[in-house]
Design a protein around this ligand. Structure first.
Ligand code: 13P
Length: 340
């Protein structure tokens, strides 16, 4: 096993810590900024991310940050690269390397992720810019007759090609097959689709010689669709379904599972992770790699205005601390209230 890859993967899921996904593409960050009435200019995007990355105390709870291509090239207001600012606090910089999901040929209601062309060269450049891990997101949609076998196959194949290329360049791949929570499907259907997806993904990872000890898995939790009458279900139920699904398909050699939040509420995502860890120990570390569930409150407090930086930081560090507590099953409603 590659010791350096394994060491980085384990550092990303160190006890009490998890990952901030701050790798929103140009289109996604514009949507987020629209929600607070802030124009998405390069300066505002830099200011927002600088606020998060320089939040005092956050490094105690955050092991790594996933950056977007623009951000890994940006400097903070003091002239230092944002990636260096993370590193100086012991936070590992990572990079989103996929180029987004596009309609799948011959199955237009499904998506396949682009970005393999030229990836080897881009990885070398990103490594020189400080990235020690990477992310590639595949999107699986649940519908009446989907996902198709075709969709699972092509996405699993691309995830494994990406992961193998990363490992060759000394970069830890985060393998993210996201089964969307959009729709009115049941928890049982999500369980089945998540299980099928992960089976295909681990088959491909094995075939393409990806070292499981040098990667992390970033999946959805097993939940009913947002439009299903039972949504949201109790954290206990989510925890039991998710752990049971993953125990049958995720090899113990994988150091950690870092969940995405996927549209869950902030406190919901924390409570669900907490319920899983309360049932530990598990074969893998169970942690977070949240985007929206770590950023929504901070974004709302900041409102695009430099005068609100301390309010934005307070909201951000609070969410990171709550999720840190959820890493060991120690999150409580009292802790949630105490700081807010
Ligand atoms: P969410 O937590 O907002 O789903 O984002 C995580 C992520 O990185 C999706 O690719």
């Amino acid at each position: 096993m590659d010791a350096a890859l394994n060491q980085t993967a384990r550092a990303l899921v160190a006890p009490g810590k998890g990952i901030l996904a701050a790798d929103e593409s140009g289109g996604t960050i514009k949507k987020r900024f629209d929600s607070i009435g802030c124009e998405s200019t390069e300066d505002r995007r830099r200011a927002y991310r600088e606020m998060l990355f320089t939040t005092p105390g956050a490094a105690e709870y955050v092991s790594g940050v996933i950056l977007f291509d623009e951000t890994i090239r940006q400097n903070a207001s003091d002239g230092r690269p944002l990636a260096k600012i993370l590193e100086s606090q012991g936070i590992i910089p990572g990079i989103k390397v996929d180029k987004g999901a596009v309609p799948l040929a011959k199955s237009p209601d499904e998506l396949v992720t682009d970005g393999l062309d030229g990836l080897r060269t881009r990885l070398v450049e990103y490594r020189d810019l400080g990235a020690r891990f990477a992310k590639w997101r595949a999107v699986i949609t649940i519908g009446a007759h989907i996902p198709s076998r075709l969709c699972l196959d092509v996405n699993a194949h691309a995830l494994a090609r990406y992961a193998a290329l990363c490992q060759e360049e000394g970069i830890v791949p985060i393998v993210e097959p996201e089964v969307l929570m959009d729709g009115d499907h049941s928890l049982e259907r999500c369980y089945q689709v998540t299980s099928d997806t992960l089976h295909r993904v681990f088959d491909e990872l094995y075939d393409q010689r990806v070292e499981l000890g040098g990667m992390l898995l970033k999946p959805n939790m097993v939940l009913p669709g947002k439009g299903h009458p039972s949504y949201p279900v109790a954290p206990e139920i989510v925890a039991d379904a998710t752990i049971s699904c993953f125990r049958t398909v995720v090899p113990a050699a994988v150091p950690g599972i870092v969940f995405l939040s996927g549209g869950q509420g902030d406190e919901e995502a924390t409570a669900n992770l907490n319920a899983m860890n309360a049932k530990g120990p598990h074969p893998w570390q169970l942690s977070f790699s949240y985007g929206r569930a770590l950023q929504a409150a901070a974004l709302k407090a900041w409102k695009g205005d430099d005068a609100n930086v301390s309010a934005g930081r307070a909201a951000y560090v609070h969410r990171t601390r709550m999720n840190s507590l959820a890493r060991s099953g120690a999150y409580t409603p009292e802790a949630e209230k105490a700081a807010s």
